[in-house]
Write a protein that binds this ligand. Structure first.
Ligand code: 4NP
Length: 155
């Protein structure tokens, strides 16, 4: 059975499209192509239909990731449709919970897949400089191997 994971941030143009791109590449590199469906969404819809932020695309491209997703807003049905929902920060997490109360078990934070010396939230890079985009990628590259283990182990 196909496993599914949805990454969620605020606008779906920076952090969660990058998460989608990093995880897809790592899955392909490990031979899991086509076994896990990876998607992303934002808690707000103002950027819906748009490609990822050009600064995020450029930072990802420097490390060999291609970001191809188009932004969309999360809907209530997503929360039950995916095997794993992975929020980038606590605000995203609480907004997912508000959308679909009582389904907390499979809703995670990215930092659940990181050691405690990383920040709890993936910092929103939208209003900052280039280093913010690099930090996002650092956190995603550290977390995605554990996300793969989690998805593969799951029954
Ligand atoms: P993201 O970044 O949640 O990582 O996609 C943001 C994108 C857009 C906005 C905020 C954060 N915004 O306010 O438009």
């Amino acid at each position: 059975m196909m496993r599914t994971v949805l990454f969620v941030c605020l606008g779906n143009i920076c952090r969660s499209p990058a998460a989608e791109g990093v995880l897809k590449r790592m899955l392909a590199d490990r031979g899991y192509d086509g076994q896990i469906r990876v998607d992303s969404a934002g808690t707000i819809g103002i950027h819906a239909g748009r490609a990822a932020d050009s600064r995020m695309i450029a930072a990802a491209a420097e490390r060999g990731y291609s970001l191809t997703s188009k932004a969309r807003q999360i809907v209530r049905q997503d929360v039950t449709a995916f095997d794993r929902i992975i929020a980038m920060d606590r605000e995203n997490y609480h907004n997912i919970m508000k959308l679909s109360p009582g389904v907390a078990k499979h809703v995670k934070m990215l930092s659940d897949y990181l050691d405690d010396d990383w920040p709890r939230d993936v910092p929103d890079p939208y209003y900052g400089g280039a280093e913010g985009f690099a930090t996002v990628l650092d956190m995603l590259e550290a977390a995605c191997p554990r996300i793969i283990e989690d998805l593969i182990a799951q029954n």
